[in-house]
Design a protein. Structure first.
Ligand SMILES: Nc1ncnc2c1ncn2[C@@H]1O[C@H](COP(=O)(O)OP(=O)(O)OP(=O)(O)O)[C@@H](O)[C@H]1O
Length: 277
């Protein structure tokens, strides 16, 4: 699945960008309460509760197979919780009407580790896809938005390039531009630095920080790259496969220095030398 197909799933009828919702600025932009998630008989996560504040960069981390992507998919409504609730800007995707659901989904952007740009389309055409799906803007306006979004991620002038004609780091940035096509309030990035060298990864971190600072976008990242975590995360939650839940929550440096859990402390210390402040 790609970023675009996932946010574009709810339908195509209404054709204007979703307006910002009336929502108190000091209320959590994401509220997860008592979430239980799984597949078939297999419970992957239970008793998951946390909140994300507007403008925060929030990181979900944990070992392989602990349920990071599963949690992400439940937050963005790709899977329905077994129990519990997820509110995005105060609204519940599960109980929302189809038009409300469509509006809620327009307020979020997603990039997946495996999600790719469409290789046969230029960057401009890739960014137009969600605009064509969700809006009835004139073609020139869509091109202008594609240009603006590419400029935001440092890719002005690459509108007519194909994904294969740019580097891996540039492709990640182009995917971010596409996820921002509809001016989302929240961006969900699943392993954004995967496959990038440390320098390119650090550049992506700076881009994320800049987008948060300039546009106030809230970020939820799944990553286990410690340098990235120290560089961007305001707060993290750490999931653990054995307890099927959250074993640590807080700012990464505090967890590194003060967590009562040995495993958590050692996780945050494992690359402290090259990820430090
Ligand atoms: N669609 C699915 N159907 C059945 N089981 C699934 C599905 N997706 C994930 N799982 C299982 O759920 C568990 C958690 O997977 P998930 O991908 O959420 O973990 P993760 O923490 O993101 O792992 P990784 O870091 O390796 O990507 C794994 O045991 C996985 O096999």
């Amino acid at each position: 699945m790609t970023e675009y197909t996932e946010i574009a799933s709810p339908g195509t009828q209404d054709c204007t960008p979703a307006p910002p919702v009336e929502f108190p600025s000091d209320a959590p932009i994401i509220a997860v309460s008592d979430l239980v998630a799984g597949y078939g008989d297999n419970i992957i996560l239970k008793d998951i509760s946390f909140e994300v504040q507007r403008g925060e960069i929030f990181v979900i981390l944990g070992g392989s197979g602990c349920g990071k992507s599963t949690l992400l998919k439940h937050i963005i409504g790709l899977h329905q919780p077994r129990q519990g609730k997820v509110l995005l800007e105060g609204r519940d995707l599960v109980s929302a009407s189809s038009s409300d659901r469509r509006e809620i989904l327009q307020r979020i952007g997603i990039t997946y580790q495996s999600g790719a740009l469409f290789g046969s389309m230029t960057l401009r055409q890739n960014i137009r896809i969600p605009l064509e799906e969700f809006t009835d803007l004139p073609s020139e306006a869509m091109d202008m938005i594609a240009h603006m979004k590419l400029a935001l991620v440092g890719l002005a002038g690459y509108e007519e390039h194909l994904p294969a004609e740019i580097s891996g780091g540039m492709r990640k940035r182009a995917a971010l531009a596409r996820a921002m096509a509809l001016d989302p309030a929240i961006l969900f990035l699943d392993e954004p630095s995967a496959g990038l060298d440390p320098i390119t990864s650090a550049e992506l971190d700076q881009l994320i920080l800049g987008l948060r600072d300039r546009l106030g976008i809230t970020f939820v990242l799944v990553t286990h790259e410690l340098p990235s975590i120290y560089s961007v995360a305001d707060r993290v939650i750490m999931l653990d496969k054995r307890v099927k839940g959250i074993i640590a929550e807080g700012d990464p440096r505090t967890l590194r220095d003060n967590s009562e859990n040995d495993w958590v402390r050692s996780f945050f210390n494992r690359e402290a030398t090259d990820s430090e402040d």
